[in-house]
Design a binder for this molecule. Sequence first.
Ligand SMILES: NC(=O)c1ccc[n+]([C@@H]2O[C@H](COP(=O)([O-])OP(=O)(O)OC[C@H]3O[C@@H](n4cnc5c(N)ncnc54)[C@H](O)[C@@H]3O)[C@@H](O)[C@H]2O)c1
Length: 481
Amino acid sequence: MTSPKIINSDISQWLQNSVKLSTSPQTSFLPAASPSHFSGSPPQSYFPLSSRRSSMKLPPPKVLKPFATEDIKILLLENVNQTAVDILNQQGYQVEFHKTSLNEDELIEKIRDVHAIGIRSKTKLTSKVLAEARNLVVIGCFCIGVNQVDIEYAAKHGIAVFNSPFSNSRSVAELVIGEIIALARQFTDRSNEMHNGVWNKVSAGCWEIRGKTLGIVGYGHIGAQLSVLAESMGMSVIYYDVIPIMSLGMAKQVATLDDLLTEADFITLHIPALPETENLIGAPQFAAMKHGSYLINASRGTVVDIPALINAMHSGKIAGAALDVYPNEPAKNGPTFHSALNIWAEQLRSLKNIILTPHIGGSTEEAQSAIGIEVGQALVRYINEGTTIGAVNFPEVSLRSLTLEEENHVRVLYVHSNVPGVLRTVNEIFAEHNIDKQYSDSRGDIAYLMADISQVDAADIRDLYEKLERTPFRIMTRLLY
Ligand SMILES: NC(=O)c1ccc[n+]([C@@H]2O[C@H](COP(=O)([O-])OP(=O)(O)OC[C@H]3O[C@@H](n4cnc5c(N)ncnc54)[C@H](O)[C@@H]3O)[C@@H](O)[C@H]2O)c1
């Protein structure tokens, strides 16, 4: 194995002096012992099968670095999880951590010099703020949604955005399991009665869940987790999804939503908010459901017609319901869940055997920690290797890692406008060298090309960089070596 070394210190100095950090690599490698468990290869699933089979025999991957790591500046706001702070610190980056969000002026001041920023939902990264970010290459949203970021503006300026949409699937599935039992036993009502000093020992209308049928609408990340948990407690599971999905365990996919509604004792919704899912469960669907069945919605507030649910519960058709999400949700904690927000709020609150929770399905310590790891790793992979798997505003591109035996290679990362003629121009620039591997993809107006070029020396790297920077379609060029 060849040990890592500085292959070219002159070019490093030149690049650093001549261009901004956001585009200039510096030639140094981490020591071979340094790579942490996540900083090497792109995800296995992205490998062609043949290279996956042979990957055991390959020499260790070379850790590419865009700059001396201590030059990379990361701004973390809103108390992102410690797991992320640790991952970024381990890389040797300069990490500035704040417990809160910043006001716009402070944010603009801080964002000017950083290469990466990590936020949660309160920090608004508008085009006005992003326009001030001279060196920014990547944004990490340590949360599910990315509405707080102008992701289109970011893409057009070569800034990749990552989030963590599925780190809390297990937390949601466990909440739903708890709710199924709570509804079947009416125990939130019994508990409320006891809090008011009332002893009300009843068994009428209270059930075990063993042997009952759970109908899952949407068999994605959460639906599938739930399926396994419910079966392990003796429930039969059926599910409806718009795409055919292989079942886990003994669960059975049904052909139509109506099939599910007429067969299930408990119905739980795990679908996205889309125009076609708005009020997916309304009066006709409640009419189709079994008398005395239960409804759970921990997906999105728009998918249930709440006035129709209120009617169905008044009539006894629905014996209980659990809602974690609502068409309108308050922006902050406090006594705000009333009719000014949703006109039916008081009616909903007065119903028996209904569990109302404030969108906490994914709110657990484990989910926060998983989000920290997923987004932290995505930032490192993008900064160090250029991988965009999981990006929300970039085409998803990855290349298998270079190995320590591959000397005199450069990895080209080239974000460009998705217009005709780019590949011809770029490949003419590459033509004098050997293109070991190359992959490019587009997403709307933005395209992203990764290529590993071999047999390059310092002058070649400088030449490649200058020529790519001069192309008319270039948005951002980075070279890693
Ligand atoms: N309550 C919370 O705190 C919380 C936390 C995480 C996710 N969520 C929400 O839960 C929902 C599901 O999340 P996920 O991670 O399982 O999503 P996912 O994308 O993994 O799965 C969604 C599934 O729904 C299916 N689907 C889409 N339209 C459908 C339709 N009309 N009928 C039936 N199936 C349909 C899709 O094919 C997919 O299999 C999302 O709306 C998400 O925003 C809520």
